[in-house]
Design a protein around this ligand. Structure first.
Ligand code: MN
Length: 128
């Protein structure tokens, strides 16, 4: 690997959310790659796999679950865990994300006190 740091690909179209996530993850010592639209996400899939993907479920013109399905079919990325990042709060939506191939779920708005720890917990799950 060219980068020894653990890397997280963040797929998020909202600039403020992206800035907040980037700040919190970098503060936690993680390397952040950003994709703010499906095109940037597909470009990222052409590169070296990340250690974890945070996937906004609500992207313009595209369902995060559809992008998750694409990722799971991309050579090298099949086993990269995808954690849904979503404001969806309805009963059943967590199951919808998990049934749709996501490996975990973090609700929005982001809780700045617990976010980095939640991401780290998902990273540890992956390596165990
Ligand atoms: Mn969004």
């Amino acid at each position: 690997m060219s980068d020894a740091k653990t890397s997280v690909l963040v797929v998020e179209d909202n600039e403020q959310n992206m800035e907040l996530v980037e700040f919190l993850l970098e503060e936690a010592g993680l390397s952040v790659r950003k994709a703010m639209d499906p095109e940037a996400f597909r470009n990222a899939l052409l590169g070296e796999p990340a250690d974890l993907v945070l996937m906004d479920m609500n992207l313009p013109g595209q369902d995060g679950l559809a992008l998750t399905a694409e990722l799971k079919k991309t050579p090298g990325w099949e086993r990269v865990p995808v954690v849904a990042l979503t404001a969806l709060a309805m009963r059943g939506d967590r199951e919808r994300c998990l049934d749709g191939g996501c490996d975990g779920y973090i609700g929005k708005p982001i809780d700045v006190r617990t976010f980095a720890a939640s991401v780290s917990a998902h990273l540890r799950k992956r390596s165990s």
